[in-house]
Design a protein around this ligand. Structure first.
Ligand code: CUA
Length: 338
């Protein structure tokens, strides 16, 4: 049934990710249950209208007293059915929105009205995105202006892109090809033009494509240059030189104790610490860091974050510029390090 829908009738877009099949199956299940009960109820209405029609002008119907048994039944059956929607929906939702490990990371910056992408090697693209088939890709996304939403119909994934923070989405393409992506959040006059194509390539083709353009600075290199030109090192030496700010070596992915409680140093925390340093002060340090709001663009910020991540040797998947197509050794072990 799903195959039929996808091959001959353009009711659904291509199905080209590890998640798209299950999203379709769930959609079909919900639609099927809905159609079944719509027909059942409509049929029952017609049947009862005919079966219990008034046969003469003086007929008095038998009074209905109600039935606890019947009422219990028609409450419990829909409840159970609705819960299957919920359980299956939650399973798909968690698969989609839980952060993934060992993914190839790509930076995304939305702006009115274009999508800018940057690979870890430095390769930039606008309204085009090249990815390898069979590899998890994690998008770290933000925007320079208003809210946008990046939607890949063929992958059945869509996530809002919000100013002032990072959001992420991931997918693993299963079929090489060229698929549309769209902005799915009304963002101004040319919202409908804020779209492009994702090119899913065989890993070898992708590696060739990626190595074809090596003259661009990687995000981490851009970040390092920013780090030096902004004078970050005078307080934040990578190893703690400077002494006025916490050491940045190994900070990414660690748990940091701040005046606002313990936080995990993820991309969002690093971003906040640059833009709004007073939000969370690491214990043992004074709130002396100035805000860099307005001094760095979103792309430079992503670069700074990438640079700080690259200082963290404990997280190999974040520093590999060109990981092997078959996944890193960590992916062989499904258990997540906790
Ligand atoms: Cu960007 Cu709609």
């Amino acid at each position: 049934m799903i195959l039929f829908l996808q091959s001959s009738v353009p009711l659904v877009p291509d199905s080209a990710s590890t998640l798209s099949g299950e999203v379709d199956a769930l959609y079909l299940y919900i639609s099927g249950v809905t159609v079944f009960f719509t027909l059942l109820i409509a049929g029952a209405v017609v049947f009862f209208v005919i079966r219990y029609r008034r046969r003469n002008a003086f007929e008095i119907p038998r009074p209905v007293e109600g039935s606890t048994k019947l009422e219990t039944l028609w409450s419990i059956i829909p409840l159970v059915i609705a819960l299957t929607f919920f359980a299956w929906g939650a399973k798909v939702y968690f698969a989609q929105y839980r952060p993934v490990q060992n993914a190839m990371e790509i930076h995304v910056v939305g702006k009115q009205w274009m999508w800018k992408f940057q690979h870890q090697t430095g390769q930039r693209e606008i309204n085009e995105l090249h990815v390898p088939v069979g590899r998890r890709v994690k998008l770290i996304m933000t925007t320079e202006d208003v809210i946008h939403s990046l939607f890949f119909p063929a992958f059945r994934t869509k996530t809002d892109v919000v100013p002032g923070r990072y959001t992420t989405q991931w997918f693993e393409a299963t079929k090489p090809g060229r698929y549309h992506f769209f902005c799915a959040e009304y963002c101004g006059m040319n919202h409908s033009g804020m779209r492009g194509y994702i090119e899913v390539m065989e890993p070898r083709d992708f590696d060739n494509w990626l190595s074809g353009n090596t003259n661009q600075a990687s995000p981490a290199a851009v970040g390092q240059a920013m780090y030096e030109s902004l004078g970050c090192a005078s307080c934040h030496g990578a190893n703690g030189e400077g002494g006025r700010g916490p050491a940045l070596l190994g900070v990414f992915g660690s748990n940091v104790v701040t005046n606002n409680g313990q936080v995990r140093a993820d991309e969002g925390y690093l971003r906040e610490s640059i833009i709004n340093p007073q939000a969370k002060i690491v214990n043992g340090f004074s709130p002396i860091m100035p805000s860099f709001q307005g001094q760095v663009t979103e792309e430079q910020l992503l670069g700074l974050v990438a640079y700080i991540k690259s200082l963290s040797s404990a997280k190999p998947e974040t520093t590999t510029a060109k990981p092997p197509a078959t996944g890193t050794p960590q992916s062989a072990n499904p258990a997540q390090p906790r």
